[in-house]
Write a protein that binds this ligand. Structure first.
Ligand code: ATP
Ligand code: MG
Length: 553
């Protein structure tokens, strides 16, 4: 079980719950739920809701349920349910109970009969189109359906026959009888049930009528004895309906709905529907493509649960919609990986360096520490031999001012190893540098050379020991900060969101690394081993660059 930092910042929901506990409201209990619809994978916006709901429960010795809001069978699936359970667990949370709105279909049905019997619901034969036309607008009241005053007995009979499958899809709906003149359109006799012959991934074909979200949600909350039903701001106008249903049904428990602002994150999209479109139209490789803002995508990119929880705490909970900069999320993962990921050397664009005065058959195992600030993370052995590979960028035959890396006739230190000097530059017919002939100073292992200063330090791998790797450099999926505000969000896709380097070489110590292990590639960024790795070819995903605006020293 996670513990929550006592220093966590105050926010209005924390305050409401603290006051409720003080007043012994809800019998001094805190019970929350996270209620996703299994119609896609969870994204970073859901993480905000998960951290809030589970967080409030943990902080107050309460409980938090995971509940699938599965009342739209045509879009929902077992795959999505399983991914949601996996992602909530991975984020570090344990639910008290696992429920489905579909667990309550029978109870929901019985409650609907109760509403009918009390004259609070009626079966309407208006078509969907007519219902829309009758609904009115923000400035005009709605018009009552001719079926509104259908006798109770007839409503009951028709509703039972709806369930029995006697009518075609869409032929009737069950509506709440509230107020067609209400200034709140949600209160103008909202639909409670519709006829829809769709196979449900849990209840199969036992139902041909399905309850609507607003009707289902409040009753599910009440049946689970939820105390604080936390949802996003767009449900504020639905709260009167939430309360109306529970008041009319006199449910033993009446949860309190509290709304907070959705997360909107720049350079990405947080809508399952649009993410689904990215997947089905193959703009990305899948729901877990590392560019996706899904939990599965972030995980594959190398994000940690801790960084995501930290992000959710930092952005806070308010009632104002606002955009969060991607830099905030990146900052959280950098901070975690800087502290916790072991350092290794990887050369993404290799240039061959032959050390002419090093014995041909010799290999030395150099001990290099895994983390410069954390000696407790130990050391590893890194083989050094006559031919090493360095980054093409770490040599220049036309160096700009203050260039501290290798130049012809100059010296540089190989990280954790010796100082080398470049004596000769070999180029191909096109003038491209293909190899450097160098010499090393055997007296510089772990100490500075006498009588001269060598400023630059570069990373390297031993050619004969290095492992081949493919490195996938991910950039932001969208080129515009608010793709959702574009007419077509697909127009804002970043055409350069993925660059694949196929001829990379990484140090031998990575031979036994497991998928999902995370590393800092020295001087380069944070990388995570991908599940696509096979024998002879490791695959790494770049999680994030080392610094916000990455410049090489
Ligand atoms: P989407 O449009 O992505 O499907 P949703 O709100 O319809 O989002 P649900 O599966 O119904 O998705 O959401 C489950 C819970 O997560 C709800 O309580 C919802 O309010 C919350 N949630 C969804 N998106 C966000 C977000 N961007 N920020 C905060 N909470 C969110
Ligand atoms: Mg939804």
């Amino acid at each position: 079980m996670l513990t929550i930092d006592n220093q966590a910042p105050a926010h209005f929901i924390r305050q409401i719950i603290a006051n409720d506990l003080k007043d012994n409201k809800h019998n001094g209990k805190v019970a929350t739920r996270f209620p996703p619809e299994p119609n896609g994978y969870l994204h970073i916006g859901h993480a905000k809701s998960i951290c809030l709901n589970f967080g409030m429960a943990i902080e107050n010795n309460g409980t938090c349920n995971l509940r699938f809001d599965d009342t739209n069978p045509e879009k929902e699936s077992v795959e999505f349910m399983e991914s949601i359970e996996r992602d909530v667990h991975w984020l570090g949370f344990e639910w008290a109970g696992l429920y489905h709105a579909s667990d309550y279909f029978e109870q929901l049905y019985n409650y609907a009969e109760t509403l009918i019997l009390a004259g609070n619901a009626y079966v309407d034969s208006l078509s969907a189109e007519q219902i829309r036309a009758y609904r009115g607008t923000l400035t005009e009241p709605g018009k009552e359906s001719p079926d509104r005053n259908r006798p109770i007995e007839e409503n009951l009979d028709l509703f039972r026959r709806m369930r029995a499958g006697e009518f075609a899809d869409g032929h009737y709906v069950l509506r709440a009888k509230i107020d067609m003149a209400s200034p709140n359109i949600n209160m103008r006799d909202p639909a409670l049930y519709r006829i829809r012959r769709v196979h449900h991934h849990r209840t199969g074909d036992s139902w041909c009528i399905y309850p609507m979200y607003d009707y289902t949600h409040c009753i599910s909350d009440a049946l689970e004895d939820i105390t604080h039903s936390l949802c996003t701001l767009e449900f504020e106008d639905h709260r009167p309906l939430y309360d109306w249903v529970l008041d009319e049904l006199k449910t033993p428990s009446h949860p309190q709905q509290i709304e907070f602002a959705r997360l909107q994150l720049e350079y990405t999209i947080v809508s399952k529907r649009k993410l689904n479109q990215l997947v089905t139209e193959k703009h990305v490789s899948g729901w877990d493509d590392p560019r996706m803002p899904t939990i599965a995508g972030l995980r594959r990119a190398g994000f940690t649960p801790k960084a995501i929880r930290d992000f959710c705490e930092r952005i806070g909970i308010t009632k104002q919609n606002s955009w969060i900069e991607m830099g905030v999320l990146e900052h959280c993962i950098r901070e975690d990986l800087n502290e916790n990921s072991p350092r290794v050397m990887a050369v993404l664009q290799p240039l061959r360096v032959v050390i002419e005065n090093y014995p041909g058959q010799q290999t030395e195992q150099l001990e290099i520490s895994n983390h410069p600030q954390r000696p407790e993370l130990g050391k590893r052995q890194v083989p050094f031999s006559k031919v090493v590979l360095i980054e093409q960028d770490d040599f220049s035959d036309n160096p700009p001012p203050k260039y501290k890396r290798l130049v012809e006739g100059g010296e540089v230190r190989l990280r954790g190893s010796y100082v080398i000097k470049c004596n000769e530059v070999i180029k191909d017919a096109n003038g491209l540098v293909t190899e450097l002939r160098c010499s090393y100073d055997p007296d510089t292992l772990g100490k500075n050379p006498e009588s001269r200063k060598v400023k630059g330090v570069i990373h390297w791998v031993s050619e004969q020991h290095a492992l081949s790797a493919e490195v996938r450099l991910y950039n932001r999926l969208f080129a515009l900060p608010q793709p959702d505000n574009e007419e077509n969000f697909l127009d804002a896709l970043n055409p350069n969101s993925l660059e694949i380097l196929t001829d990379c070489k990484v140090e031998a110590s990575l031979a036994n690394a497991l998928p999902e292990s995370r590393f800092q590639f020295e001087r380069n960024g944070y990388f995570c081993l991908d599940k696509d790795s096979v024998d002879g070819k490791l695959v790494f995903n770049r999680t994030v660059t080392l610094r916000e605006n990455w410049e090489k020293d």
